[in-house]
Each structure stands twice: as C-alpha cells, then as structure tokens.
Design a protein around this ligand. Structure first.
Ligand SMILES: *Cc1c(COP(=O)(O)O)cnc(C)c1O
Length: 336
C-alpha cells in the first residue's frame, strides 16, 4: 500500500519535488482530469483554460470531457505554442500544457510560462509525460501548482505502468479531490460513509497501487537525473549527426539545440510511415507520428552507443536503397 508514495517520492527526486508531493497510480488521462478539475475549483469566477496545439490531443479530449461534466461553461483556448504567454489574461483559470512536444521534442520554458500564469492570477497544470525521466525538470524551482506525468514513457515502466500527480505544498491542504476513491480517505480502513481527505498527497491516490508495475521503477534507485540527461544528449547528438550524414533526404524536425529538446529526435520524410515500417521490419522500433514524422526516443537506462550506431546504419541502408518503398511497408496499421 505504501508503494504509491514511496515510488512517488523516488520520481519526485527526478523532477525536483519535495517529499510527500508526488503520488503514482492510475492512467495518465485520469491524472490529467484530476489535476485540471482541482485546478479549476479555486477560480470559479474564471472560465478560460489555455492550452496549445503542441499538447497531446489526448489531454485536450480529457479537458473537453471534464468541461462538459462541469456544465459546459469553460472555454478551452488552444493557441500556437509560441502564443501561450500572450493568451494568458485575467479570464484564465488554468494554463494546461505538456512541457515537451510529443512529436518534435520541443520544450516549453516552464519557469517563464508559470510566472506569466501566476502574474495573471491563473494556476498551472503541467503534463510531464515526455519530460519526467527525459529532461531536467524543476517543479519546485518553477513554482508549479499541479503536474502530472507517466511512468510508462521515459521512466521506462512499460505499457500499463501508472501515471503520476504532483501538488505544490501551498495547495496540498486546499485541494479537494473530485475523483475520490477509498484510499484518498484520511482513514480508509474506517470505511466511514463520509469522505474526509487524506491530509497529504494521499488524497490524490484514488485506488490500490499497481504493485507489479511499480516494482519495475526500482531501476531508478540511485540514478541521478543529471547523469541520465547528459547521456541522453550524448546519444541523441550522435543519432542526429549520424542520420544527417547518411540520410540527406531526412530533415531534422526536433530543435537542434539540445537544451531546447526532450529526450527524442524526430525527422521528417513524406513517406515517414513506410520508412518506420521498414525500420520495424529490421527490428528498430520507433514511432511514426502523422503527417510525416519518424521519432526515436532515447532512453539511457538501456540504450548505448552501439544501439544508436546500429539505427544509423540500418536507416542509412533503407534510405540509400529505397528499402521503405514496398506495398507491405505502406500498408497502414492500427498502431503507428
Ligand atoms: C501518452 C500520453 C497520453 C495518453 O495516455 P494513455 O494512458 O495512453 O491514454 C496523454 N497525454 C499525454 C501528454 C501523453 O504523452
């Protein structure tokens, strides 16, 4: 039962959150819904929620569903990633952003945008799905209010591994959980009919922790995020240099400056889908993201130079020989 806060604290160290501010459990969409619902509550006089077109569509769907449940008076304003700061005014209750763009790896400036939101009296809810375990995140230093993340992406927990939620110290006593389960109660085994929230982050737990999935996260014991980030940059720079040298028809879609890039490298090609299928057929598993991106995620806990060099070699061979250009590789599958 203690694993949701024990592993929460371990992840908290990677994203610079104090002890007792992070808890794990449930799928990410549920955590997004929980954070957004709680963030809206202290600002009943404001109906604006700002997000951007670089956010995961999934988070925007979640927000839309929540707004319907809340009566339909909220207004989701989806702007260009560069226009977020300008869109924050005194009608905005919450700024809901994913820090690292899932397609290109472009990073938002979390500190600056959080300060902009606070100056307008808005709260922030940051999605760290592509940041936690991928880049240096400093939730405390950026004064973030709410954050969510996912152990199944760069924290390497694998599919089925749960979501994460963080609450700032200032909010932890105030937040009333909207999706309460019995384990959010201050005395769950009293089985009282009235709900009294746990005094700490336990109020965001919802249910029984997925202990088998959480056991995989022991891989992070004793790991320093700064070391992971340094390796991630080394490996992604190697990948980008190698691909650019051997594949002139692929264009880098990720920021070239590693400080502005998550732990991923994406390249554009008009036949990106078929290129990725050709890679997968040769046992290099990356992703295709519409309309034209092939994406490689760099996870230093289990990748090294030899893996990167193999990807470069295999991709170079596919591009040089048009190895992607077959009916089989063009055939669209359910998962890309
Ligand atoms: C992966 C991801 C999701 C989807 O999470 P699921 O549990 O697979 O539904 C939602 N939001 C963001 C930002 C993601 O990266």
């Amino acid at each position: 039962m203690g694993s949701s806060t024990r592993i929460g604290d371990r992840i908290g160290r990677l994203i610079v959150a104090p002890e007792g501010a992070v808890i794990v459990g449930d799928m990410l969409s549920l955590k997004v819904c929980q954070a957004l619902a709680a963030a809206l509550e202290p600002r009943p006089d404001r109906n604006g929620v700002v997000s951007d077109s670089g956010n995961s569509p999934s988070d925007l769907y979640t927000a839309g569903g929540l707004f319907r449940a809340l009566g339909g008076s909220h207004d989701l304003r989806i702007v260009d990633p560069d226009a977020v700061a300008d869109a924050v005014d005194e009608s905005v209750a919450v700024v809901l952003l994913t820090e690292v763009d899932y397609r290109t790896g472009r990073c938002h400036d979390m500190g600056a945008l959080t300060a902009t939101a606070h100056a307008a009296g808005a709260l922030t809810a940051w999605d760290l799905a592509h940041s936690a375990g991928a880049i240096d995140v400093d939730l405390a230093g950026c004064d973030v209010d709410f954050a969510v993340g996912y152990t199944n992406k760069y924290l390497n927990g694998g599919p089925g591994s749960p979501g994460v939620i963080f609450l700032s110290e200032a909010l932890i006593d105030e937040v009333r959980p909207e999706l309460s389960g019995w384990l959010d109660h201050e005395a769950p085994f009293a089985f009282d009919l009235d709900f009294r929230p746990d005094p700490g982050i336990g109020r965001m737990r919802i249910g029984t922790p997925p202990v088998l999935a959480l056991a995989a996260l022991d891989a992070w014991e004793g790991v320093e995020m700064a070391d992971v980030r340094a390796r991630s940059i080394e490996l992604s720079e190697r990948l980008i240099a190698g691909v650019e040298a051997s594949c002139p028809t692929l264009d880098l879609a990720s920021p070239r400056n590693p400080d502005k890039r998550g732990s991923q490298a994406a390249f554009r090609h008009p036949e990106g889908y078929a290129v990725m299928q050709a890679l997968i057929a040769r046992r290099v598993i990356g992703d295709f993201r519409a309309p034209d991106l092939i994406r490689f995620s760099i996870t230093p806990l289990y990748l090294e130079e030899a893996d990167i060099d193999r990807v470069v070699e295999i991709l170079g061979e596919i591009m040089a020989t048009d190895g992607w250009d077959t009916p089989e590789h063009r055939k669209r599958k359910a998962v890309t």
